[in-house]
Design a protein around this ligand. Structure first.
Ligand code: HXC
Length: 258
């Protein structure tokens, strides 16, 4: 496909989507979000791809939704063209793991997009924030909910009510990100995570992602029940037989995604 605002490449079985609108610090306009959605869906369908990295530039993952595009929209405009529901949440439909590799600013919708991914790997220069309050609005793509679940009420309140940004070290302490790495290592390290995932059984990876996500959607008892069904279901795969046989035989498993 031809894209104007993203760059798409693959490294082995890892698909990389790079937001590429440098003149606006990757502000997430309609076209950019449509392209991200299209590229995510294409990788999700591609049997040659096992994991997806979503990244931006060294200066900005994304500085938020495009304020200049939003500023004149009226309530009737946005109620009938639900730009968040239509274009922003595609990442939630992707079955393969999506790793947000964040360098520089991840603000507003940029922070929300990163939080919709399965994990956030941060460069040491990453800055996270929900500065919508400065514009007279609040987060609109899940930020007030996902940030609160990730870092807890007190820190989320401070960030959302005062627009204070969090640097990478604080984001790691607060469990917003899985790890912080030097900027130069961001993509290589994200690719390493993707390659490890690609070496494993695809069905178990998809089910594992589903199981962790279930923790956010339900009670502990229901979540544990769901996990049990998913766990037992994987005994129907050839890869479970292969993985356990390989362990018993002291050899490396050769998974077939069956
Ligand atoms: C549109 C943006 C933008 C944005 C930056 N730009 N962020 N354009 N929407 N969110 C543009 C600037 O207008 C400028 O364009 C160019 O990118 C470079 O930005 P500067 O401000 O000159 O860069 P700098 O001084 O380095 O400051 C960086 C910054 C600042 C601190 C990140 O740009 C900033 O505060 N941006 C807005 C952050 C924000 O409020 N995000 C939340 C948006 S609301 P020109 O043409 O002047 O060079 C949101 C709601 C989501 O995300 C709801 C769900 C849909």
């Amino acid at each position: 496909a031809e894209y104007g605002m993203i760059l798409v490449e693959t490294q082995g079985k890892v698909g990389i989507i790079r937001l590429n609108r440098p003149q606006a610090l990757n502000a997430l306009c309609d076209q950019l979000m449509s392209e991200v959605g299209e590229a995510l869906r294409a990788f999700d369908k591609d049997p040659g791809i096992a994991a997806i990295i979503l990244t931006g530039s060294e200066k900005a993952f994304a500085a938020g939704a495009d304020i200049k595009e939003m500023k004149d929209r009226t309530f009737p405009d946005v109620i009938f063209d639900d730009f968040i529901g239509d274009r922003w949440e595609t990442v939630l439909e992707i079955r393969k793991p999506v790793i947000a590799a964040v360098a520089g600013f991840a603000l507003g919708g940029g922070c929300e997009l990163a939080m919709m991914c399965d994990m956030i790997l941060a460069a040491d220069n990453a800055k996270f924030g929900q500065p919508e309050i400065n514009l007279g609005i609040i987060p609109g793509a899940g930020g007030s909910q996902r940030l609160t679940r990730a870092i807890g009420k007190s820190k989320a309140m401070e960030m959302i009510l005062t627009a204070r940004m969090m640097d990478a070290a604080e984001a790691e302490r607060a469990n917003l990100v899985c790890r912080v790495v030097p900027l130069a290592e961001l993509i290589p390290e994200a690719v390493k995570i993707g390659e490890k995932i690609a070496s494993l059984s695809g069905p178990s990876i998809a089910i594992a992602k589903d199981a962790v996500n279930t923790a956010y959607e339900t009670t502990l008892t229901e979540g544990v029940k769901a996990e049990r069904r998913m766990f037992l279901g994987l005994f129907a795969t050839a890869d479970q037989k292969e993985g356990m046989a390989a362990f018993a035989e002291k050899r490396k498993p050769a998974f077939t995604n069956r």
